[in-house]
Ligand binder design. Structure first.
Ligand code: NAI
Length: 795
């Protein structure tokens, strides 16, 4: 229809502004629209000859044939990556840095074509792929070129994990590839990456970029396929680490599938992130924030602000403003530069969104959608606002992964925090308030890896990203992201432990000590009190010649539950100042030192005089060392390339279970428990079975050192049984398990339900007497999780 300029000025309607896809189409045609895998630097046809279609979700039209990866293809890729590893690691840091820099430059050079390909394959608006995805991809490679250069200075004594398997989702295809590949290469790993089946095209374009920059063959391998290809990669025996981004359900399956191996694992999973608006917020800005928070990428964003929490006093006004803004969102052709909301990635995803919204409505939610026309072809869903949502409704709890906002109200900041944390996830949050006090206070209390103040969905390579709780573990970006691909050089050289002997329960009556009365009987230590075990059983502790030294309680499930409850009630410890926590650790050192002669004498009966003396003296030193670290292991302030700072805070995990090593009953206990409490965690520890009587020495020291009740709890008993209870317990946030290989595997497998962070010795022997190995940053890194709070500045 022809309109006059005057009419256009009156309506202010956008005309169509389509991006020309010719260059991308030509690129696809160059490959005959049929892609093999990229293995060992060559394009390889799939071993089974199978291909699947990838199509444009805005039209349903096929884009290309994509190779379906079989276990044989995965094996070939892993072999290529293994073969390339030695030479890649032998390069100087500068040589690797130059490759990463070249990748960044090449991404920039091809940025328009990559943006169009991304939009064709995924359905996201070209405005987003052009202005967000691809620039961030280039930034990620630039940033990590820097880490490659600085590797030896900044991570001395570390080396790469080896061959890394990486599996990525379809929502930010090339960006997720960059988040995975850049740090892995910078650290000196080689990779096999599997893109998502809905969106493999830009990963293949990236493979060509690897060729163009002359990356050594095998350093990056791309194998395409569906979930079965991903599974083959996960279970491949020659992979050293798996990095996964995707659904929580698949994350759980991967946790289980890797439990019996020494593969390291990082998981970036789903979210149901709160978007909290206080009554003093700038409501117009908050509305724009919501546009970016839930309608970016059609809401198919793991950290989407999908739960709107509004302070009751402004709920009506905000809802009105929001509805007005939603009516102006343009849904349509993704290649149109004026489109706000593009196509949903696939029919199955559209059905999933539709199904979840219907369920929400059936559960009482009111659904509001603007009167926006939708294209007649392709997979589209209107921007949707659900109000009257009950916090337990499926639309408040489950990740919808679509343009659907579920709104709820709150009255006080405390209620807002409670609602925000009422989710098993913990990926991100947005907090809107003009009060810096309120917003920072609330940001600190929300359990999430990223919190944006008066902003949303901001990302930068220098600022780590990743979740708490069922949103997974590990970080991508920043220094902490590099740690995921590195480990201390000594780790894999440490010998494996023999399997320990399990203690036997004796009768309810304490047995008589050889040659006379019982020497000693200790108790459990829970909530700052000495308590008897629920079972009424105890087990014997004997010296090296078999002489009975005393008895320790045989703790059970109920004792662990009580200890966890006590630990959960003591969480104020994490909020205490680092200075106060350091004072307690110094005081502990003083009191352990005062009792050193007595404790050395007792411990000597089991470990010999020499070791006992070393355990006590090094134990005192370790206390000093962690007291020192308490107020020095600090976070960071990043300056991303826009008007924000991001504050990286080292936060405690919460309650952490600790299965202590058998061989060094005192020093092993202290080496694991101290970094945890230094960082503000509360601990439920299962002391060594070889000398459980150490509990008695320790609680006396704790009681005289002002350790608040519940911060350290000790439950003696069978490590395997107690560990399982800790692993399965939903309010234990972390588990450190030191034991043989089978105990460590069980710890990982049993924790898959709630995806808690499990850190084990992988069945290896760790020399706690060696200061370099048994103490320091490696332990502190695992004792906390980084939360990044983004704070804007300027007007
Ligand atoms: P998904 O988790 O099945 O797929 C993600 C990646 O994992 C893909 O590359 C897929 O091929 C691969 N995969 C699937 N099963 C696997 C297995 N057993 N072992 C190894 N790799 C496997 O996610 P899907 O089915 O595409 O989406 C379903 C829901 O998951 C979405 O509606 C959304 O709620 C959530 N999701 C979350 C993402 C996030 O970034 N957190 C990304 C994608 C999906």
């Amino acid at each position: 229809m022809n309109t006059t300029v005057a009419e256009k000025l009156r309506t202010m309607e956008y005309g169509a502004a389509p991006e020309d896809p010719a260059a991308s189409v030509a690129w696809l045609d160059k490959f005959g629209r049929r892609f093999g895998h990229f293995i060992g630097g060559s394009w390889v046809a799939p071993a089974r000859g199978q291909y699947f279609d990838t199509s444009d979700p805005s039209s349903g039209e096929k884009i290309a044939d994509i190779a379906q990866g079989s276990p044989a293809d995965v094996d070939a890729a892993v072999k290529a990556a293994r073969a390339a590893l030695g030479k890649w690691q032998a390069l100087t840091p500068n040589a690797r840095a130059k490759f990463l820099y070249a990748l960044a430059r090449q991404v920039q050079k091809h940025s328009r074509r990559l943006s169009v390909l991304e939009t064709l394959d995924n359905g996201k608006p070209i405005r987003e792929s052009r202005d967000i995805d691809i620039p961030l991809v280039a930034r990620h490679f630039y940033y990590h070129a820097g880490w490659a250069q600085l590797l030896e200075q900044e991570f001395p004594g570390h080396h790469a994990c080896g061959v890394v398997g990486q599996i990525i989702p379809w929502n930010f295809p090339l960006l997720m590839l960059a988040w995975k590949i850049a740090p892995a290469l910078a650290a000196g790993n080689t990779v096999v990456l599997k893109p998502a089946e809905f969106t493999p095209v830009t990963a293949l374009a990236f493979a060509e970029i690897c060729e163009e920059v002359g990356l050594p063959p095998g350093v990056v391998n791309i194998v395409t396929g569906d979930g079965t290809t991903g599974e083959a990669l996960v279970v491949h025996p020659d992979i050293d680490k798996i990095a996964f981004t995707g659904s929580t359900e698949v994350g759980r399956a991967i946790r289980r599938a890797t439990a019996d191996t020494h593969k390291r694992l990082s998981l970036e999973l789903g979210g149901k992130s709160p978007f909290v608006v206080f009554e003093d917020a700038d409501l117009d800005s908050a509305v724009e924030g919501l546009v970016d928070g839930i309608w970016l990428n059609q809401g198919q964003v793991c950290c989407a602000g999908s739960r709107l929490l509004m302070q009751e006093s402004i709920a009506a006004t905000l809802t009105k403003k929001l509805q007005a803004r939603m009516s102006n969102l343009r849904v349509g052709a993704p290649l149109d530069k004026a489109t706000d909301i593009g196509a949903i990635v696939a029919r199955v995803q559209l059905e999933r969104i539709t199904g979840l919204v219907s369920q929400g409505v059936a559960q009482g939610a009111t659904c509001w959608q603007p009167d926006t026309p939708l294209p007649s072809r392709g997979f589209y869903y209107k921007p949707t606002l659900l109000t009257q949502v009950h916090p337990t409704s499926v639309v408040a709890q489950q990740e919808i992964f679509g343009p659907v906002l579920a709104a709820m109200t709150f009255r006080t900041p405390a209620e807002a925090v409670e609602l925000a944390n009422n989710t098993p996830y913990g990926l991100a949050a947005s907090v809107w308030s003009e009060s810096v006090n309120v917003s920072l206070q609330v940001a600190a209390r929300i359990k999430a890896g990223v919190v944006w103040i008066n902003s949303t969905n901001l990302f930068d390579a220098a600022t780590g990203f990743g979740g708490y709780r069922e949103s997974g573990f590990g970080r991508e970006g920043g220094r902490e992201g590099m740690r995921e691909y590195l480990e201390p050089a000594w780790v894999r050289k440490a010998p494996l432990l023999a399997r320990p002997v399990e203690p036997d329960p004796s009768g309810t009556e304490p047995a008589a000590a050889d040659g006379g009365a019982i020497d000693r009987t200790v108790k459990l230590y829970i909530g700052g009190k000495q308590v008897r075990p629920d079972s009424g059983y105890s087990f014997e502790c004997r010296d090296t010649r078999g002489k009975l030294l005393g008895e320790a309680p045989l703790g059970n499930r109920k004792d662990i539950r009580n200890a966890v409850e006590a630990a959960n009630q003591a969480q104020q410890w994490g909020a205490a100042t680092a200075h106060s926590r350091a004072q307690v650790l110094y005081y502990l050192a003083e009191n352990l030192s005062q009792r050193s002669v007595e404790i050395t004498g007792r411990l000597a009966a089991v470990v010999g005089k020499r070791q006992a003396a070393r355990e006590v003296s090094q134990g005192v030193q370790r206390l000093f060392s962690y007291a020192a670290w308490t107020d020095k292991y600090e976070g960071a302030v990043h300056s991303p390339p826009f008007r924000n700072i991001s504050v990286a805070m080292n936060e405690p995990l919460g309650t952490v279970g600790v299965i202590c090593p058998e061989s060094a009953p005192l020093l092993g206990f202290l080496s694991l428990v101290l970094p945890l409490i230094a960082m503000g965690n509360c601990v439920v520890a299962v002391p060594s079975v070889s000398y459980p009587l150490i509990t008695g020495e320790l609680y006396q020291v704790f009681e005289t050192s002002d350790v608040p009740g519940g911060v350290i709890n000790m439950v003696t008993g069978r490590p395997a049984e107690l560990m399982k209870v800790l692993a399965e317990h939903d309010s234990v946030e972390g588990l450190w398990c030191y034991g043989d290989e089978s105990l460590c595997a069980t710890a990982k497998r049993s924790s898959a339900g709630n995806l808690k962070q499990v850190w084990t010795n992988e069945g290896r022997q760790i020399d706690f007497f060696n200061e370099r190995v048994g103490a320091g940053r490696w332990y502190l890194d695992h004792a906390c999780q980084v939360k990044n709070i983004w704070v804007p500045y300027g007007e």
